[in-house]
Design a protein around this ligand. Structure first.
Ligand SMILES: *[C@@H]1O[C@H](CO)[C@@H](O)[C@H](O)[C@H]1NC(C)=O
Ligand SMILES: *[C@@H]1O[C@H](CO)[C@@H](O)[C@H](O)[C@H]1NC(C)=O
Length: 154
């Protein structure tokens, strides 16, 4: 009862004015990006801006399923009418030279973090492995991606 009485009082005093100003989320114009749930599309999501516009970066760590679970990142354009996302194919582009890489189940896109220093982002495939003879060393792999979706370092 106390808080029920308090609210009109605060409104009358104008104390809540700023905090309670109404705004509308325009549901009719909401934009929906869809992807296969079996590929865990949407596991990680980041808002992203580069000189080409605004994006929603979407991690899909089981991309390739059921053949494999390589994973990938999608860039979905926010400022345009398009509702389809670009697969960045980072799973193919991320390479550690001169080692036998096992990428089939690396789950790229499980980690997706913006990097304010580069203006790009960091993504990881925690189950990436290197094969040495009959041994597998599953160290995982992380890559820094530039604002224009190029690999800076892995
Ligand atoms: C994973 O499977 C997809 C779809 O079959 C294929 O295009 C891709 O090359 C495979 N990736 C690896 C690393 O085997
Ligand atoms: C990979 O191997 C090639 C040929 O042996 C060598 O020239 C090159 O420097 C190696 N690259 C790295 C990153 O070790």
């Amino acid at each position: 009862m106390g808080s029920a009485a308090l609210l009109p009082l605060l409104l009358a005093l104008g104390i809540l004015h700023n905090c309670c100003e109404a705004y509308n989320v325009r549901l009719l114009e909401a934009k929906i990006f869809s992807g296969p749930s079996a590929e865990q599309f949407g596991y990680a999501v980041q808002q992203f801006v580069n000189d080409q516009g605004k994006w929603l970066l979407v991690g899909s760590p089981w991309s390739g399923y059921p053949a494999n679970r390589t994973g990938d990142i999608y860039a979905c354009p926010v400022g345009t009418p398009k509702t389809t996302c670009n697969k960045l194919n980072l799973e193919a582009l991320i390479n550690i030279p001169n080692v036998t890489e096992i990428k089939e189940d690396m789950n790229l896109g499980l980690t997706l973090i913006q990097n304010s220093k580069t203006g790009g982002f960091l993504t990881c495939g925690p189950l990436w492995a290197q094969q040495c003879g009959r041994q597998y060393y599953a160290t995982g792999v992380c890559s820094e991606i530039s604002p224009s979706f190029q690999i800076l370092r892995t």
